[in-house]
Design a protein around this ligand. Sequence first.
Ligand code: KIV
Ligand code: ZN
Length: 523
Amino acid sequence: MADANRIPSDSGDYVRIFDTTLRDGEQSPGATMNVEEKVAVARQLERLNVDIIEAGFAASSPGDFESVQRVCQAVTKPVVLSLSRTREQDVDQSLKSVDKAARPGIHIFIATSEIHLKYKLNMTREDVLDAATWAVARASKHVDHIEFSAEDASRSDWEYMAKVCAEVIRAGAKIINLPDTTGHAIPEEYGAMFAYMREHVPGADKVIWSAHCHNDLGLAVANSLAAIRNGARQIECTINGIGERAGNTSMEEVVMALRTRRDLLGVESRVNTRQIYPASRLLAQVIGQPVPPNKPIVGDNAFAHEAGIHQDGVLKYKLTYEIMKPEEVGIPSNKLVLGKHSGRHAFINRLAELGVDAAAIDLEKAFAEFKALCDKKKVVYDDDILALVSEEFRRLGDQLELVDLEVSSSSKETPQARVTMRVNGAERTEASSGDGIVDATYKAILKIAGINPVLERYSVKAITGGTDALGEVSCMLREDGITVAGHGAHSDIIMASALALVNALNRLRARGRTPQVRASDGP
Ligand code: KIV
Ligand code: ZN
């Protein structure tokens, strides 16, 4: 078994980890993150020691542009890059967004498959070849780290794609990515495509070949490993495998597969695997999407042995049923952490272990909330602490803020709610009745927001066990064709529900759907 403390060799032959949680991962329904949340995740990616962070798609919105810039300021070790189409405006915006990065880069893509050329781009093969070469040549005047992606590579004609790759290499691309954009490939054919390209593309030995897989058939990790076996030395992936549709290659799975089966694969990444579990929990809290218990590596059951025969075997000798050690991926042996006697120092240490930078949050407030929670709950778990802190990131920069909530309900009376919110600094109060307390609360909040979106989903979950547990509420709103998710955590489930709705309304605003609130509107 691999030694948990061993740092993989620094020889040139290692697998670069390109993390796209903040770009492709964010394309996962309901996984939008605000700037502060992206910065918090980026800092954890740096602790993980990923090689490259794809921080966003700068030209797609002012919010994405700002996020890329902020990530560039927040980290120094990894290369930070922005995705870019082959258009002049995209390339220039991307380059501008990373110009303050310690290690800037750009990721230029255009589709090469017939189906995309004909139905999406309405371009000929020559047009695509010219656009790709032009964009890479333009970027190469300003930055060295240039990745080119042949979108829908796995459904492209290999001979044509080889020509495009050769030209972009000549124009200055240093990394060539061959994505399985639709998650359609199976390992043998995906691996064979890398072998073909490495053999037929002039200059192939001068670049790093990269795999980018989607999980529509559940084969993203297997396909990525097949690419590695055929010479790829970069894998594009996301924490918890989040991403467009069924998601991207899961970072924790592919990193641990490389590590656990180095005997067969011969190469490894340079990820600090002990930061995997904190990264997984941090992201789950930030986007409000819990990790399924059976998720490999980071799920609650990933190292749990239920069957008697297995338990017996593990007690006698762990390796009978365990191929990795939980501590190797940073799973704390004792998840019961701090209590009411814990001091600030212990709290800050615990935050660091959980991947949270104390300097990036309002520490006084977080510590006060932690102490208040200790008074309410007998035991405080890691996930409780993460929920408190994520609540903090979530609210930074908000236009709408929940100030007060009063509710009343009995079996004989209609539930009532009275809500006070701060809107751009000014307070407004509204009251409403409803079918239940949550309904009454939501109606009062929406009166203040002045919009009537469709509530597509509402779910409640206890973060840790017990009736005193922190409750986490997630909701999904749709307005004018835009869907956003909101999350809230609180020991009072009605407060958590209100926080989730306010969070979603703030996200709608960030996406350009401004609630019709006017701070001057009186009650
Ligand atoms: O899946 C894909 O093809 C992509 C590209 C933009 C790299 O995400
Ligand atoms: Zn993708």
